[in-house]
Ligand binder design. Structure first.
Ligand SMILES: *C/C=C(C)/C=C/C=C(C)/C=C/C1=C(C)CCCC1(C)C
Length: 240
C-alpha cells in the first residue's frame, strides 16, 4: 500500500491533489454566486461552475488513477477536455449573444475544439510514435489556431467590438487565455509524446516524459478553467 500515499517528493500526484481541491473550491464559489448574479449573467456564471465541477470530479478520479498506477490518466483527461472545452465555447457564445452571435458561431467553435481534442488524443494515445504523434499534433494545432483566429480576428472579435466596453474587454482577456493559457497544452504534448516536436523526442525516459506532461497539463487546467471562470464572474459584476 506504500505507493498509495502521496509522498512529499511526488510532484505529479501533488498537482493532481491540489488540482482537485482548486476545482472543487472554484465550483462551490461559482455555484454559490449564481444567486447573487443579475438574471442576464446567471447562465454564464452557472456554466463556470459546471466547468470547474466536471473538472473536480475528473481530477478526483485522475488523482487516484495516477497514485495507483503511476501512469497518465490520458483517457479521462481527454474525456474531461471533451466536456469542458465545448462549454468554454458556450461561454464565448453567451457573452457575445447580446451583440447578435448566431448559433453557427457556437457550432464552429465546438467543431474546431472537437477536432483539436480528438486528433490530440489519437497522437497521444493511439499512435504515439515518432512518425505519427507530431502529425496528429500539427492537425490539432491547426484547429487550435482556427479558434485563436475566431476569437482574435473572426466572428467573436467582431461581435465583441460592437458590444459594451465590459464585454469587449472580457473577450480580450479571454482571448489572452486562449492564446497564451491554452498554448500550455501543446507544450505538455511535446514533452509527453515520442515525436511531438516534428518527430523529435525531448524527454527520453518514458516515465519522466509522462510525468512532465501531467504536471504541465495540470497547471494548464488550473490556470484556464478557474481563470476563465473568474473573467466571466468579473464581467457579471461589471456589466449592467
Ligand atoms: C480545460 C481544458 C482545456 C482548456 C484544454 C485545452 C486543450 C488544448 C488547447 C489542447 C491542445 C492541443 C494542441 C493544440 C496540440 C497538441 C494536442 C493538444 C490536444 C494537447
Amino acid at each position: 500500500m506504500e505507493h498509495l500515499k502521496i509522498a512529499t517528493d511526488n510532484y505529479v500526484a501533488f498537482t493532481f491533489f491540489i488540482g482537485t481541491m482548486a476545482m472543487m473550491g472554484a465550483a462551490v464559489f461559482f455555484f454559490m454566486e449564481v444567486g447573487n448574479t443579475s438574471a442576464k449573467w446567471r447562465t454564464s456564471v452557472l456554466i463556470s461552475g459546471i466547468i470547474t465541477f466536471i473538472a473536480a470530479v475528473h481530477y478526483y478520479y485522475m488523482r487516484g488513477y495516477n497514485l495507483e498506477t503511476g501512469e497518465s490518466p490520458t483517457f479521462f483527461r481527454y474525456v474531461d477536455w471533451l466536456l469542458t472545452v465545448p462549454l468554454m465555447c458556450v461561454e464565448f457564445y453567451l457573452i457575445t449573444q447580446k451583440a447578435g452571435a448566431k448559433s453557427s458561431l457556437l457550432w464552429k467553435l465546438i467543431a474546431a475544439s472537437v477536432v483539436m481534442l480528438v486528433t490530440g488524443y489519437v497522437g497521444e494515445a493511439i499512435y504515439p510514435t515518432e512518425t505519427q504523434s507530431w502529425v496528429w499534433g500539427a492537425i490539432s494545432g491547426a484547429a487550435y489556431f482556427y479558434i485563436v483566429y475566431l476569437v482574435w480576428y473572426g466572428d467573436v472579435a467582431k461581435l465583441a467590438a460592437s458590444s459594451s466596453t465590459a464585454v469587449a474587454s472580457a473577450v480580450k482577456t479571454l482571448g489572452w487565455f486562449v492564446l497564451v493559457g491554452w498554448a500550455i497544452y501543446p507544450l505538455g504534448y511535446i514533452l509527453g509524446t515520442k515525436g511531438g516536436l516534428f518527430g523529435m523526442q525531448l524527454v527520453a525516459d518514458p516515465a519522466a516524459a509522462s510525468h512532465a506532461m501531467d504536471i504541465v497539463y495540470n497547471i494548464g487546467d488550473a490556470v484556464n478553467k478557474i481563470g476563465f471562470g473568474l473573467v466571466i464572474y468579473v464581467l457579471s459584476r461589471k456589466a449592467e
